[in-house]
Design a protein around this ligand. Structure first.
Ligand code: PEP
Ligand code: MG
Length: 735
């Protein structure tokens, strides 16, 4: 860090042909800025001169949070004489705050002897640099926390992310990197070149064997000149070609993966830049080749790592496939460096009933392998290699949580009703996470949302009709006589199919859910046919359409469902009952077409996760705007209230299946508004039932107008918090 800052100030001074450049970094504990690097001031002052947050021009830049450009700094009332830095010969001063996520991390300054205001170009250059420096500094801060806790088992390795799923867990980090992405590989050095080399050779050997097998398999189908590509690949991997470069990188101290990445990217870039289109294409060959070697390298590494007994799964972006790789009984928590509160990785964690922390900014993943971690999913904190005493404290909380859960479980068999006897329908959301619902089917009113994406995501191709029939049949059979609402494929957004790549600038506003499946009726029809066949003699299937934004999509879906019904009836020579069809309310446009919708379909279900994202224009997966994403936003609450009132007027069945229904505060508000059908992660069901059984509808009726009058989500939460406190329920809802 020190070297980097020293290099930076010299480069800036040179680039701007100025006489001085310095960096001051903020220390929030001491409430001052410390001079960390300078080219122009007295070097002896580095690390010694601190300027209070409210002192001098540096403090002023920090307070104003904007650049300050002065021709005669000494004449400014905020100028503070600091003889130790020897700046009396400078007159011109430009200071730029270094800000990350609204927090001032430091100040970057340039100074010059002449009396002049720095020009616009110089100012915009410094502003740009400070903005770039901000994310590097924020990252460096966290890296340091990670490596310090690596060295000495201290208590200071706390990292902050976003609370993804509630609960606390203690376990060992197990890092999974998506095997198919060079971008996810962070460059790393190694002290054991011989080992790295052996690693690399082994991966090359396996890759070559793969090519031999591929060439053999293709030999009947491809002409000899096309097969020659495999020979080229062989040669490229040989020591005389890419292989040698990679060996050299390993000898220079890079680990095998990093060496491979550096060489592949270098060569691929060279090809990319060529004018000839044939040669440009060869960049793809190099990447493909590199990819295969990388997969084999990672495979070998992953196989070597024995899973700890308590696994905290850490990945850049936790996917459903990764979750499936760790046995359920060993998985205690999830840490996803990307994603946010309502991205699907967090929902999966909640479905599994394990804590999750999301958006732990740009951390170097590999530092964490095998480290003991405490994952606090309530606050979104992670403690790296915590001391024994801290572990004991958290263990205490884990035990308390278990006691509370046991209390909820005691009432799981009792009716779902309020203290005054109002009945609710409590159903489970199923499908996205591994099939391990924590609530037994007999204690639920059915499945309110079966997300069919998971079996599609877990495969390397679209599942066949028969595969889908078997899968859906199992689910429908688990809930005899109770509704199972199966949603048609909702991929796109943050749910990608590994074999059907969609690259879009704005995936959540793009080809997602019903938009995609209506463009591919063959996928839609096969899925509906499979659902209908699975439903034979059970008759508890309901079909739900995701991401509807336009009535024409409903018409087209109904037409295809009718066609599938007709086809299956014809094929099996029986009269099939037409299942009930519903629409997800998650795109705001459809909220305004409820009467038309009510005439076309049998029911609707509100997906508050997406409705919040689209109403507030906040990407549910983007940690930068996570603080703006809140289903308790007054606008969302008013929309929900209007929806239920309108649906009641139309006698149109309405339920809520977004995450809000599984949140204590959320379900209380929804019940107060008049909703009575909720679908939630099965791990929340017992708690929600327990809570609803303790409230009177008359109390909720008083709470509602107060909450609807709130002007911010924060106030809404505060109100409900107080309500729960008064009823002495708060301490029983979490440890
Ligand atoms: C929702 O959007 O609220 C919902 C239930 O669907 P998903 O989370 O799968 O997008
Ligand atoms: Mg949705």
């Amino acid at each position: 860090m020190q070297n980097a800052l020293t290099g930076l100030v010299s480069s800036v001074k040179q680039a701007l042909t100025t006489e001085c450049c310095s960096v001051y970094l903020a220390d929030y504990e001491q409430q001052h800025f410390m001079l960390m690097a300078t080219d122009g001031l007295n070097p002896d002052a580095i690390g010694k001169i601190a300027i209070g947050f409210s002192e001098g021009l540096i403090g002023w830049v920090g307070q104003r949070e904007e650049p300050i450009n002065l021709a005669k700094a000494q004449l400014h009332p905020r100028f503070k004489v600091t003889p130790e830095v020897s700046e009396d010969r400078f007159s011109a001063f430009l200071g730029c705050p270094i800000i990350h996520h609204r927090k001032v991390l430091g100040v970057l300054t340039i100074q010059q002897a002449v009396d002049r205001v720095f020009n616009e170009d110089e100012e915009s250059f410094l502003v740009t640099l400070a903005a770039q420096l901000a994310s590097v500094l924020a990252n460096a801060e966290m890296r340091q926390a990670a490596s310090e806790s690596n060295k000495n088992q201290t208590q200071n390795g706390q990292l902050k992310g976003l609370p993804g799923a509630p609960g606390i867990a203690i376990g060992q980090a197990h890092i999974l990197e998506p095997a198919n992405d060079f971008n996810a590989i962070s460059l790393k050095r190694s002290d054991e070149p011989d080992k790295e080399l052996a690693h690399f050779y082994r991966a090359v050997k396996i890759t070559k064997a793969e090519f031999n097998r591929l060439a053999e398999r293709m030999s009947g189908h491809l002409p000899p000149d096309a097969l020659a590509i495999f020979d080229v690949y062989h040669q490229l991997l040989d020591a005389a070609s890419l292989g040698r470069e990679i060996e050299q990188q390993i000898a220079e101290g890079w680990c095998a993966k990093s060496a491979l990445k550096r060489v592949v990217e270098k060569f691929a870039r060279q090809f990319d830049d060529m004018d000839d289109s044939y040669l440009r294409e060869r960049g793809t060959d190099i990447r493909d080749l590199g990819q295969r070697v990388l997969n084999n390298l990672l495979d070998t590494e992953q196989r070597k790592i024995k899973l700890p007994d308590k696994v905290v799964l850490v990945a850049d972006n936790v996917t459903a496939t990764m979750l499936a790789e760790v046995p359920r009984e060993q998985l205690v928590a999830i840490v996803s460096l990307k994603g946010s509160v309502n991205s699907h990785a967090a929902i999966m964690a909640r479905a599994l009933g394990i804590p999750a922390v999301m958006a732990v900014d740009e951390l170097p993943l590999l530092h964490w392998q095998g480290q003991r971690l405490i994952v606090d999913g309530y606050h979104g904190h992670i403690l790296l290699s915590p001391a024994e005493a801290i572990c004991n404290e958290y263990q205490q909380l884990i035990t308390e949580d278990a006691v509370l859960s046991a209390a909820y479980q005691q009432e799981i068999g009792l009716p779902s009703q309020s203290a005054c006897g109002k009945r609710f329908s409590l159903m489970v959301n199923s499908g996205l996470a591994i099939e391990l619902e924590t609530t037994a089917p007999q204690y639920t009113d059915g499945v309110g949302l079966y997300r069919t994406e998971f079996p599609f995501i877990m495969r390397s191709r679209f599942p066949t009709e028969q595969e889908q029939v078997e899968l859906y049949r199992k689910v429908l059979e688990m809930y005899p006589g109770r509704p199972v609402i199966m949603r048609t494929l909702d991929v796109g957004g943050d749910k990608a199919l590994p074999y059907f790549s969609i690259v879009e600038e704005n995936p959540f506003l793009g080809w997602r859910g019903i938009r995609l499946t209506l463009d591919h009726p063959e996928i839609f029809l096969v899925q509906i046919r499979a659902m209908l066949k699975a439903n034979l003699a059970l008759d508890n299937l309901y079909i739900l359409l995701p991401m509807i934004s336009d009535l024409a999509e409903v018409d087209e879906s109904l037409r295809l469902i009718k066609q599938a019904c007709f086809e299956v009836s014809d094929e099996l020579a029986i009269e099939l009952p037409k299942p009930q069809v519903g629409v997800m309310i998650e795109v705001p446009s459809i909220m305004y077409q409820l009467p038309e919708l009510a005439r076309k379909v049998d029911f609707c279900s509100i997906g508050t996760n997406d409705l919040t994202q689209y109403l507030l224009a906040v990407d549910r997966n983007n940690p930068r705007v996570a603080s703006l994403y809140d289903a308790m936003h007054p606008a969302v609450l008013r929309a929900l209230y209007q929806l239920v009132q309108q649906a009641q007027g139309l006698q149109f069945a309405i339920s809520v299946c977004g995450e809000l229904a599984g949140e204590p505060a959320g379900v209380l508000l929804l019940a107060a508004m008049g909703y009575s059908s909720f679908s939630m992660n099965s791990s929340n069901l017992a708690k929600i039932k327990w809570l609803l059984r303790r409230v009177e509808m008359s109390e909720l009726a008083l709470l509602l107008p107060e909450v609807l009058a709130c002007t911010s989500a924060k106030h809404v939460r505060l109100h409900i918090h107080r309500f729960l406190e008064q009823k002495q329920l708060l301490t029983q809802l979490r440890a």
